[in-house]
Design a protein around this ligand. Structure first.
Ligand code: FE2
Length: 557
């Protein structure tokens, strides 16, 4: 989330340190308490035969373990100490392997110092099917927590988790900006705790597979600031030394899922930031010096090309594998978003990854970052010279994704082009469902109605927006995107609400003429916007998710 110039800076500057400190003390109270909480599942390397059960406890757990049938599986501890508060977080991971495909299992999580030893937490989950099987998954990003004490948290976050459960997917893709702990820098572990306990409602019963967003980057928490995320999630191995957990892939049926960290390639600087005027002062016990106003944690290029090389290997192998029909990518930031109040698109993704998506016919890309819903036409290749620099009007090459059709037929053959979805519609208090329009040129939006409707316009980051001084002393801002383009790739935008969930039903096709298809239905939470941007009406969190649109992806086998 970046609400225009200086948006994150303002949020960071207005976080309440006093409130945060009180919560931090509460969080540390039970130092001998090994009761499991924040329990969640992820897929193992083979989702048909294994999951990982992960959790945290208020204090260090003694003999943390998972029981499944007659088996008792000891958990491996993976604690970390938050670099700003100095608080130690106790997290645990138990690999549960050797399971049968497409089967339901019950499990329990406990420890010797579990307050609920007599009746420990238990839940059930289902393993993935094998072969060309049908299954359902769901996705959104930008979830936050229901605890409105935290910057960007909002009550819709709880309803969003319940929405996942209501659709009973095999698993959920959580595409980045999980809880915004880095906007509440003095209380990061407490924000994560509220996030984990909220999504446990669903994530203890089906894997939630996350990717990294700009708000997972935290000061003094490891080389890229990912220590908190990495301590809490065990993700499939990418076998790239030094970069475990940052990106990964897994197979379910005939679908290859690829989860990327776009922090590595985007130009936009939207991660941890001290806007000022106050410095960010870590707890004295950490030994870390204060962080001065105007400091941002910018990690573009951190893998030195290792992620893109891995992506190419992974996509090439996937497309050579005749048992793979579909390749679905999730990442946080967007190659094709026309939100006007949010971030927009990023040239870094277009340069580094879209050529690979073209070459290996990636079918679908799921993103978050802008808190809305937008769908592109299938795109392949790029239009050059289609962008304009905001400041000067000069032509700039934004590598605008080229739509292979602008007919919104509802059925798209993704062997001809990749469909991008923006799904940053989880549960923050800042919906961004306002979209760009090029009122100046008035050229018709292709497929728009009525004819002559002004073109859709997208903002594009083509260079780094590093912090600059504002007019206020010791206060710094980061600029909005530096370029715009007519967004001829944009097919559908939800202007009613910034909240929703996408549901994907994979049909492998059957019989000799059976064509694989994926039916996508986006459900939205009408009225959940705190203030509707179009009508100005005040809204509130709602459990009611109704259908916004449905479309089908097909591809010849
Ligand atoms: Fe984001």
């Amino acid at each position: 989330m970046l609400a225009g110039a200086g948006g994150t800076g303002l949020l960071a500057a207005t976080a309440s340190p006093a409130k945060a400190a009180i919560r931090a003390r509460r969080g540390r109270a039970g130092s001998n308490d090994g009761t499991p909480e924040q329990i969640h599942l992820t897929w193992s390397e083979n989702p048909a035969t294994g999951v990982v059960v992960s959790w945290a406890s208020p204090g260090q757990a003694r003999r943390p373990r998972v029981r499944i049938g007659e088996r008792v599986i000891p958990a491996a501890p993976r604690p970390y100490t938050d670099g700003i508060s100095g608080e130690t977080v106790w997290s645990y991971h138990a690999r549960v392997g050797g399971l049968r495909p497409g089967a339901t299992y019950a499990y329990a999580v406990t420890a010797d110092n579990d307050r609920n030893t007599a009746d420990p937490f238990s839940a059930t989950f289902r393993t993935a099917p094998t072969g060309r099987a049908s299954f359902r998954f769901t996705s959104f990003g930008d979830l936050a927590t229901p605890n409105t004490a935290w910057v960007l948290s909002y009550g819709q976050s709880a309803y969003a988790v319940e929405a996942v459960e209501s659709f009973q997917p095999l698993f959920h893709l959580l595409n980045g900006d999980l809880c915004y702990a880095n906007l509440n820098p003095t209380a990061q572990p407490e924000v994560w705790r509220d996030f984990g306990n909220n999504n446990q409602t669903s994530a203890a019963s089906r894997p939630w597979m996350p990717c990294l967003g700009n708000h997972e980057v935290e000061f003094y928490n490891g080389p890229q600031g990912f220590a908190s995320y990495l301590a809490r999630y065990t993700l499939p191995e990418n076998r790239v030394p030094g970069f475990a957990g940052r990106w990964y892939s897994f197979r379910i049926g005939s679908v290859l899922f690829v989860s990327l960290d776009a922090d590595d390639v985007v130009y936009q600087d939207a991660a941890a930031f001290v806007a000022g005027p106050a410095a960010l002062v870590p707890a004295s016990g950490t030994g870390h010096p204060e962080i001065k106003p105007g400091t941002s944690f910018y990690i573009r290029g951190y893998s030195g090309g290792a992620q893109t090389a891995w992506l190419e290997r992974t996509l090439a192998a996937g497309r050579q594998d005749e048992t793979v029909d579909w390749i679905i990518v999730q990442m946080h930031q967007c190659a094709a978003s026309s939100s006007s109040t949010g971030n927009g698109s990023d040239l870094g993704i277009r340069q580094e990854w879209l050529p690979l998506f073209d070459r290996y016919q990636v079918d679908l890309v799921l993103c978050g970052h802008d808190h809305d819903y937008e769908r592109s036409f299938p795109v392949r290749g790029a239009d050059t010279g289609a962008g304009h620099e905001v400041a000067t009007g000069a032509v700039v090459n934004t590598l605008r994704p080229h739509p292979v059709t602008t007919s919104d037929s509802g059925i798209f053959d993704t062997s001809h082009g990749t469909v991008h979805l923006i799904l940053g519609c989880g549960g923050t208090d800042a919906p961004l469902d306002e979209y760009g329009t090029d009122t100046a040129d008035g050229s018709p939006f292709p497929g728009g109605s009525p004819p002559g409707t002004p073109s859709r316009q997208a903002k594009v980051f083509t260079r780094a927006d590093r912090p600059v001084p504002s007019s206020a002393p010791d206060v710094f801002t980061r600029a909005a995107a530096d370029a715009v383009e007519d967004a001829i790739w944009s097919a559908k935008r939800d202007t009613v609400t910034g909240y929703g969930i996408a549901v994907f039903d994979v049909d492998p096709g059957s019989g000799s003429n059976g064509q694989p298809s994926i039916k996508v239905t986006h459900y939205h939470a009408v009225g959940a916007d705190p203030v509707n941007p179009a009508s100005g009406a005040k809204g509130a969190p709602t459990p009611d998710y109704t259908e916004f649109e449905t479309f089908t992806l097909v591809r010849p086998r």
